[in-house]
Design a protein around this ligand. Structure first.
Ligand SMILES: [Zn+2]
Length: 72
């Protein structure tokens, strides 16, 4: 068992799987953000980061991280 600091809220959490970088609470928020983004991209496949950021009110750092991780 390995303790880590959540990269979003800096709380300590137990690393439950490889590559975990956020606590379960933040992970839930991330999941719902990710779903919103995917839904938006289905409607507007050509939307760029800036547009998604403005329309969904999700920070560009988060969007860029999702993109870097290949999740969007
Ligand atoms: Zn957290």
């Amino acid at each position: 068992m390995k303790l880590k600091n959540c990269e979003i809220c800096y709380d300590l959490f137990v690393e439950s799987h490889y590559h975990a970088y956020v606590c379960s609470r933040c992970q839930k928020i991330e999941q719902s953000d990710l779903q919103k983004i995917k839904r938006y991209l289905r409607q507007k496949p050509r939307a760029d980061i800036l547009e998604i950021q403005e329309q969904l009110n999700i920070s560009s750092e988060k969007l860029l991280r999702f993109k870097r991780e290949g999740r969007i």
